[in-house]
Design a protein around this ligand. Sequence first.
Ligand code: KE4
Length: 427
Amino acid sequence: MNIQHSQEAFLRAQELIPGGVNSPVRAFKSVGGIPRFIESGEGGYLIDIDGNRYVDYVQSWGPLIFGHRDESIENAVIEAVKHGLSFGAPTQAESELAALIISIYESIEKVRFVSSGTEAVMSAIRLARGFTGRDDIVKFTGCYHGHSDALLVQAGSGAATFGTPSSPGVPADFTKHTLLAEYNNIDSVRKCFIDSPGIACVIIEPIAGNMGLVPADKDFLAQLRALCDEHGALLIFDEVMSGFRACLHGAESMTGTKSDLVTLGKVIGGGMPVGAFGGRREIMACLSPEGGVYQAGTLSGNPVAMAAGLASIRKLRENARVFGILEARAKRLMQGFGDAAAKYNIPLQTDVRGSMFGFFFCDSTVSNFEDALTSDTQRFAKFHAAMLDAGFYFACSQFETGFISTATTDAMIEETIEAANTIFGAL
Ligand code: KE4
């Protein structure tokens, strides 16, 4: 495959932008090779600047559930642009999208829009601390909640539950209130409540997508809910990735456990920059200007982004059966990968939740980050490079999730499985 223009573009970009990218994962560091510079997207395909076409299983890391250049989303954006790009004043589009999300998520009574998932989570944490008057928070190893300081935390040494910074530039003081627990392990959460003088909130990806796809056990979430209630801590479901990807009505509708706050992003912007956090009225009432918890943003609720989000979410609500269709396609893809792996005795774990799919090159089921780390990342890198050269664009890290869009046809999936049969043989 000729990727000369991407090679040249990547060299140039690296002179201008750190690592040549505006988000680290795009640099292909964990899989090697040259990131493809994209010219355009068309339906289920990405086209790079060398004219190569790829079946796209990343879809901008989740937002594009209707694929690239969906007509109704594109028309809604073009229409909105004709009225202006931004006003820094309220518009009815913000109330429209808020009403739509509130009508779909039972646990969301009020919602505030921001411009990214990171902003949504950072704000929800501050809100939980303001509402409870407590400082400590609990997160889970392997879950990613954006890059705000308090959440860039790795497991502390030994049995310590208090985390340490996972990035230079984050003062230890900023993470000393962040405790770490193990995903799907309720005892590890109980330990946090013992070690902390007061926990404001527990934040979790109820369907984790940032250690690979690792859904939380239903009863674990129920126990988590009970533990938070026992201690007066808020439970936050970070659904920036899983929201409107696993199902229509949120993880709460799949698991039976409701959170006090939900963070959203990606699909609710339809490809434009939108994040959101919402929950019980009494909690949201603490937010400025109603309450004292400050949070703000120049482009929050941007009318063009709202138009894209409205078109995207309206389409999902009007076609809720789409999740069943996308889940069937995801299951077909994972079954095809499983068959190919078995043929060549390659250990492979697969899972699906709605339009989300994940696979690990490891021989035992993955229920937390420690399990995920046993994956063969070298084998994943070979898989990624070979599939890319064959015209199939997968997430460039073993610890990410894949997506099926409405534009990912059955034919594309069969072609992908055929390529996997060849490539697994070479792994
Ligand atoms: P953003 O700030 O990237 O919009 O959202 C942060 C975020 C928060 N919560 C969850 C559960 C998320 O998955 C994310 C962002 N997801 C990554 C993909 N794993 C974005 C891709 C990237 O970092 O470039």
